[in-house]
Write a protein that binds this ligand. Structure first.
Ligand code: TRP
Ligand code: SF4
Length: 534
């Protein structure tokens, strides 16, 4: 649930969100996000602003803050800047017509493709059938419409990949493998699934996990961005988890033979740094240079160190471990845990580590490798022994557009959104009828200015109509806020631009039809079945 005060939101499948209160974001619920700020503080989505400066020639949706959040997009931006391989993938549920909200994602995919990425667009037909109960003939029709718009907006099918979930054997196989590392209690915790949830719906989740990791099957594991709305974040988090869980080796820093968790490791690092830099001779006249730092000394240091209260439990457990290790020297190292995968992979890992190393039951300590090199080595060995070597996928999140009639933009309320299939004249009329951030009277508007931040029409300019022209978008904003722009004329201009956009888009869709017919994607599936919404 995203909207705390409407706890019985009706789902598209006719069910209600009851019993799902422990699920904070529901990908199949209503796609309103109450407060974008909560996404940062509660879910660990990072602010896009922080990474913007690292993106070469950012897209206007990035520049204007429409893309507001990300997970580890820095990795993708770096690959882009260094001309290293990277990928982008997103998926569309063919439940209705593509609309201007979907255009944001189409544009994001196309932009990444133009930046040299390996880009994928997929039709989530299994999800539409299982989670929304859409029939196969309808799915075929909607799928065609999504693909035509994506192509019309500039997706290059020779450079990228388009597929539908149901016919992609590799995705199905990958989903099956990923499913072996996921269990039902996670589905309950992440999605609020329960005993009534259909197995096909669960299968569609595993399929989406496979979609997200699919680009990394081609050539090699690579940074991959998933552009989506924030409602899809639970899927992204789950896929990031699974990517880690599939790995053969877990590579961490370590300081002694015993195991430590992340918090303990921080403290061990502090103890080591502090004690090893002490050059003053101790009671016996020894200095750090000729005496190793012993675990028991580190325990002593730690018991007196001034630490963040947050680390208090870790301090206690770390001291316990250090005391039991006694005289063992504390020495930084990189540790390779063998989590799964064939024994031969472990043997190969031992052989691949250069320099001083120590082999234990189930793990290897290396004293000469740094963490980055160790991670790379672990991935190589895994790939050589039948593993996937996945990197964690990254994501970017865009704001949802407001409905033209106020409230949220919803596929089920035609006046609230503009479909990419709308007749240009209808598009014109919908914009003219839209609500605005304007004042009661023209005089008041001249005096106080309008409120572009609350205006769906301004959003149309910023998200779509001004396209790459920042100067234009800014001018609309400033003229509105300054009282120099009145809603009548402003809407007339926007409506006109919308009409032109739609007319042009329809022409391009017609051209794209030929392109689509040449692609190896079956839009006339002879499938049977009722689907089922749960
Ligand atoms: N679940 C997405 C939606 O509701 C569609 C989807 C399927 C998807 N697979 C994906 C999105 C992979 C991003 C990445 O629209
Ligand atoms: Fe919205 Fe334009 Fe009116 Fe400003 S002038 S409130 S941008 S319609």
């Amino acid at each position: 649930m995203t909207d705390e005060d409407t706890p019985t939101d009706i789902y598209a499948d006719g069910g209600t969100a009851e019993g799902a209160d422990s699920v904070a974001i529901d990908p199949w619920g209503s796609s309103t996000i109450g407060d974008y700020g909560d996404l940062f503080s509660e879910f660990g989505i990072e602010s896009f602003e922080d990474v913007l400066a690292d993106v070469p020639y950012p897209h206007y949706l990035m520049r204007r803050g429409v893309i507001f959040g990300h997970r580890e997009y820095d990795r993708v931006a770096a690959a882009m800047a260094n001309d290293d391989p990277f990928a982008a993938l997103s998926g569309f549920m063919p439940t209705g017509d593509p609309h201007i909200g979907h255009k944001l994602v189409f544009d994001e995919l196309i932009w990444h493709q133009q930046r040299g990425g390996d880009v994928y667009g997929l039709i989530a037909d299994l999800e539409a059938h299982s989670a929304r109960g859409i029939s196969w003939p309808e799915i075929d029709e909607h799928a065609r419409n999504y693909l035509l718009s994506l192509l019309a907006l500039g997706f290059d099918p020779d450079e990228g990949t388009l597929y539908r979930q149901s016919t992609n054997r590799d995705v199905q196989d990958l989903g099956f493998e990923l499913g072996s590392r996921a269990n039902f209690s996670e589905f309950e915790a992440i999605y609020g699934f329960d005993g009534e949830t259909s197995v096909s719906h669960m299968q569609s989740v595993v399929t989406q996990m496979a979609d997200i990791l699919y680009p990394q099957l081609a050539d090699e594991p690579k940074p991959t961005v998933i552009p989506v709305g924030p409602d899809q974040d639970p899927h992204v988090r789950f896929a990031r988890d699974l990517a880690v869980r599939m790995r053969y080796f877990k590579v961490t820093e370590a300081f002694a033979s015993f195991e430590a968790d992340d918090a303990e490791r921080v403290l061990l690092g502090d103890a080591y740094d502090s004690l090893s830099s002490e050059t003053a001779p101790d009671a016996d006249g020894h200095t750090a240079a000729d005496e190793p730092v012993r675990c028991e000394d580190a325990a002593q240091w730690l018991s007196m160190a001034d630490i963040d209260p947050e680390f208090e439990p870790a301090r206690r457990s770390a001291i316990g471990k250090l005391e039991s290790a006694g005289k063992e020297p504390l020495r930084p190292r990189v540790r390779f845990f063998h989590r799964h995968g064939p024994e031969a992979a472990f043997e190969a890992m031992i052989g691949a580590i250069d320099g001083e190393k120590r082999v234990y039951e189930g793990h290897i300590d290396s004293f000469d490798l740094d963490l980055g090199a160790a991670e790379e080595l672990a991935r190589e060995v895994e790939l050589d022994h039948g593993g996937f070597g996945f990197m964690q996928p990254s994501s970017i999140y865009h704001r949802f557009m407001s409905g033209l009639t106020g409230g949220k933009m919803s596929s089920s309320i035609p006046a609230s959104h503009i479909s990419l299939l709308d007749d240009p004249e209808d598009g014109y009329d919908k914009v003219k009828a839209a609500s605005t951030g304007g004042r009661q009277t023209a005089a008041e508007q001249r005096e106080l200015g309008g409120e572009p931040d609350k205006c769906p029409v301004y959003e149309l300019y910023a998200y779509l109509l001004a396209a790459d022209d920042d100067e234009f978008a800014t001018r609309v904003y400033e003229e509105c806020a300054g009282g120099d722009r009145l809603c009548g004329d402003c809407k007339e201009q926007a409506a006109q631009l919308m009409k032109e956009f739609l007319a042009d888009h329809h022409e391009k869709r017609e051209e794209a039809a030929e392109l689509l017919s040449e692609l190896d994607i079956d839009l006339d599936l002879d499938r049977r079945g009722p689907g089922g919404a749960h």
